[in-house]
Design a protein around this ligand. Structure first.
Ligand code: HEC
Length: 439
């Protein structure tokens, strides 16, 4: 009998790690303390603004590296509620938007993983799980719905359809000032939806960022150390060689995003980093375009044999009983242009696949969020050592790191999110957020 049991255990061990040990859903979260964090609306408080005289009595000390919290402890709700309504730091407010988002965070770890459980209320009474849709107008498939700050949504012409997200920025002490000033280090004038936003044309013509280089048409997050001038201007990057040296020295930030539309349908989060731009890790994401660049037609539709429908309709928005994502290995069929499409049929512009996610970009292999009665619960695990130090921060038990957390709630993008001041994360060590050691 005993031998049999041993043999059985051996067989289980051979099948890989015991399934439950690394399963965030198997943790007794009622025993893990919850930290309540007030995420707040930052508007256009870019790093440039923080260094300007408009940041009264804060500018000089920010330039010297002083911590935001040394002056702003307890200010989160005041700042968020004020900025969200409009004014110098928010020229185009979204009517009725909340100024803060209270987030509950629990954390635990074992030898291999750190685990998070996050809970928050969404402003809208449906999940923000539709993103980049296209609609058949009787002749062509055209972009449909968008983020709340988009003109066509503000005017009421099209519905707000943009994914909700949780982003975690992580550092191990190698990025100077991140522990004091957090995400603001990555936020500069010239970026999309920031003051003095660079035009598409200007970015495309830029030798480093544009058509001849990185092939970008907008500016996203970057670190000042990647720029050659004192103002850290978007268009003054250092050379590729200098930037590669910074990366090799670990002077980048890890940035992971759980995305309700683009990663949650396959239980994942993406994995990126911030250095000269916001970039994805090596490998492949769980999401790709579902639109053929030449024909402008979708590549995949829903497999009606599995879902009962080949496309959604506007009246399905918010119907949790129907899948909103086309997942290649689950419910996708190659798009058939002659399938009898009707005006108003809508399809996702993104193709989701767990099977296609590869390499360092696929490290966040368990990030599952559910939305119920107006609130999200998200379970997320991350390997302490992903084995990919080139674009990840490697953590270890006993270590203390710095994280910044952001939530994009209610179909928004860019600055219309809620953010935290930098927080310390202890892997079994005391910190703002302590990941409790599991036995
Ligand atoms: C030396 C103290 C000091 C430091 C350090 C500091 N600030 Fe400030 N900050 C201020 C003061 C003072 C104000 C003006 C407060 C007011 O008008 O009520 C302010 C205003 C702001 C506002 C606008 C709030 C409003 O009510 O309009 C934001 C946003 C802000 N700070 C963000 C930051 C961030 C982010 C950091 C860290 C990178 C930071 N501050 C660091 C002192 C500081």
């Amino acid at each position: 009998m005993r031998n049999k049991t041993v043999a059985l255990l051996g067989a289980v061990a051979l099948m890989g790690e015991p399934a439950l040990a690394a399963d965030p859903a198997a943790i007794d979260w009622s025993k893990i303390p919850a930290k309540s964090i007030t995420l707040f609306y930052p508007g256009q408080s870019t790093y440039d603004w923080l260094l300007s005289p408009d940041h009264k009595k804060g500018d000089k000390q920010v330039a010297q590296g002083k911590a935001c919290l040394s002056c702003h402890e307890g200010d989160e709700a005041d700042i968020g509620n004020k900025l969200v309504k409009g004014g110098a730091l928010e020229p185009t407010p979204i009517t009725g938007k909340n100024g803060t988002l209270p987030l509950s965070v629990q954390a635990a770890h074992d030898k291999e993983f750190v685990y998070f459980r996050m809970q928050w209320k969404s402003q809208m009474n449906r999940e923000g799980r539709m993103h980049d849709y296209v609609r058949f107008d009787g002749k062509e498939w055209k972009s449909y719905g968008s983020y709340r700050s988009h003109e066509k949504v503000r005017s009421g012409a099209e519905p707000p359809l943009y994914e909700d997200r949780v982003a975690i920025m992580l550092d191990d002490g190698k990025v100077e000032r991140f522990a004091q000033q957090g995400c603001w280090l990555t936020c500069h004038n010239g970026m999309r939806d920031a003051p003095k936003m660079a035009s598409k044309d200007a970015v495309k013509k830029h030798p480093f960022l544009g058509d001849a280089g990185m092939k970008k048409d907008e500016v996203l997050k970057y670190l000042a150390i990647t720029r050659s001038d004192a103002e850290a201007s978007w268009d003054k990057p250092k050379s590729a060689e200098e930037i590669a040296k910074l990366k090799a020295a670990g002077q980048f930030l890890d940035l992971m995003q759980w995305r309700t539309a683009r990663s949650n349908p396959v239980g994942m989060a993406d994995d990126g980093y911030v250095l000269e731009f916001r970039l994805f890790d090596a490998g492949a994401n769980p999401f790709a375009s579902n639109i053929d660049g030449k024909t402008k037609l979708p590549k995949y539709m829903f497999d009606a044999g599995k879902t009962g429908f080949k496309a959604l309709r506007a009246e399905d928005i918010g119907n949790a009983a129907k899948p909103a994502a086309v997942v290649r290995e689950e419910n996708a069929a190659p798009f058939d242009p002659n399938a009898g499409w009707k005006e108003g049929d809508i399809l996702p512009g993104r193709l989701i696949s767990r099977a296609d996610a590869k390499g360092s970009a696929a490290d966040n292999d368990y990030a599952k969020g559910t939305w119920k009665d107006g609130a999200y619960t998200l379970l997320w695990r991350r390997k302490l050592d992903t084995g990919n130090p080139a674009d990840d921060k490697i953590m270890k038990a006993g270590g203390v790191y710095t994280i910044g957390i952001a939530v994009h709630d209610d179909n928004v993008t860019t600055r219309y999110h809620f953010v935290s001041f930098p927080l310390s994360l202890g892997i079994g060590a005391d910190a703002n957020i302590k990941a409790v050691t599991l036995n």
